[in-house]
Structures are given as C-alpha cells and as structure tokens.
Design a protein around this ligand. Structure first.
Ligand SMILES: Cc1cc2nc3c(=O)[nH]c(=O)nc-3n(C[C@H](O)[C@H](O)[C@H](O)COP(=O)(O)O)c2cc1C
Length: 217
C-alpha cells in the first residue's frame, strides 16, 4: 500500500500546508512519498487530448509529468492546497487541470481515496468548494477534509505591511498595521491549534482504516 502526498504550500519554507500533508502521510503508517508541487516547473493542461485519451493519464513532459502515473498507481492521495485570492492557488489548479487525462470514456481514478488539506489565513470556503467540485467530476472518494485558518496573512513576511492599506493584514486590523512590528509568534502553526491537530489525527485514522479494509478484502 502506497500513499502519495502533494502540497502547494509557499516556497522556501516547510509551511503549514506542507507539514499538514506530511503529518497525515506519517500518521497513516503506510509507505508514502511527499511531493512539493510548488518546487516543480510545470503547467496546466495544454489540450493535447489525443495523447492522454488512450493511456488515460497526462503525458505532458515536465516536472509534474511522472506524478500523474504515480498518482494513478497509488492506493491513496493526500492533497494539500494553499488558498490565494480566495481560490485554491494556481499551482493547485494547474495540477488538477491535468487530471483531465484520467477522464476519457470512463473515469480512470474513480473511487481513489483522497484526503484534502486546505490552508489559508482567513477566507477558504470558496476554495474548499472549488477543489471538492473538481475532484467530484473525477469520481474521487474524498475520505476527509482538514481545514486550517492561520490568521497569519502573507503581509507578515512581505516586508512592506507598514506602507500598505490594501493587503490582508490591513483588512484584518486596519491602521494598526502601519505601526505593527512583526514578531515570530504571529506566524501561527496548525500544530498549536488542538482542533486542527485532532482533525489531522482523524483524517489519518480514516485513511488508515480505509486502506486496512481494502487490504483485508
Ligand atoms: C499571494 C497570496 C494570496 C493569499 N490569499 C489568501 C486568501 O485569499 N485567503 C486566505 O485565507 N489566505 C490567503 N493567503 C494565505 C495562504 O493561504 C497561506 O499562506 C497558505 O496557507 C500557505 O501557507 P504555508 O506556506 O504556510 O503552507 C494568501 C497567500 C499568498 C502568498
């Protein structure tokens, strides 16, 4: 049994999205591979539908390319999505768009168990709905969804929050953003939020039980 986990968390650090995917993989107890999609050079679907129609897997030759077959072969998938501008980020959308390869004549990954992890700082409802709808079109079996709101907008590390009256931090705290000194404790981690910790444990457990039941059959 093998699980593959993908994350579209922010570049240059092991962020909340990455660590959440890794925790779910680790806690499941199965063999797993973690892939940070953010670090790969790849595009969305290019419309070469004659290529993917017969093998029913995306054959675009870029750094994400090998993972479409790996995903098809995996027993389960953990997908961690970061939310940008009220939507799942474009890295997630590009990755998911190429699931089109699985959808010819029949649904090649129908019933594949997925655990979804969606992370943002405050507005993620639309993104959650968006990604769920995309997965539904593939007949994917979403076993569980873990959501985390950090309350830590990207403005905390952009370096210009004191000049800014349009960003997430300003929208959260208004003019106080202009005098705010950023301190390490403002970067919240899901591991410090016990509701999220429990949700991660529950999702891992569901994954474990699901794969255990499949193994026995
Ligand atoms: C360009 C950008 C736009 C963002 N927009 C939103 C947003 O609209 N709503 C939200 O809840 N979080 C938003 N965020 C916060 C990210 O969702 C957050 O950074 C994400 O959880 C990834 O964190 P991580 O890198 O620690 O995994 C945004 C972050 C960036 C970099």
């Amino acid at each position: 049994m093998k699980i593959i986990g993908f994350s579209t968390g922010g570049v240059g650090h092991l962020g909340n999205t990455d660590r959440m995917v890794q925790a779910i993989l680790d806690q499941s107890g199965y063999d797993s591979e973690f892939v940070k999609l953010t670090d790969l050079a790849f595009t969305g679907c290019k419309g070469c539908v004659d290529l993917c129609a017969t093998p029913q897997v995306c054959l675009l030759d870029d750094e994400a390319g090998p993972y479409y077959q790996k995903m098809k072969d995996a027993d389960a998938v953990v997908l961690g999505c970061a939310v940008y501008g009220g939507s799942v980020n474009a890295i997630t959308l590009s990755f998911l768009e190429r699931f089109y390869g699985y959808r010819h004549v029949d649904l090649a990954i129908k019933g594949k168990p997925f655990v979804l992890a969606v992370c943002g700082f405050r507005n993620i409802e639309n993104a959650v709905e968006q990604v769920q709808n995309i997965l539904k079109r593939q007949g994917i079996n979403v076993l569980d969804l873990v959501q985390y709101l950090s309350s830590s907008p990207p403005c905390l590390f952009c370096g210009r929050h004191q000049e800014c009256s349009i960003g997430g931090l300003y929208r959260m705290i208004g003019g106080k953003a202009h005098t705010l000194t950023v301190t390490p404790d403002m970067f919240h981690k899901w591991e410090d939020n016990f509701i999220t910790v429990e949700a991660v444990e529950a999702a891992s457990q569901k994954l474990k039980e699901h794969l255990g039941a499949v193994q026995v059959r």
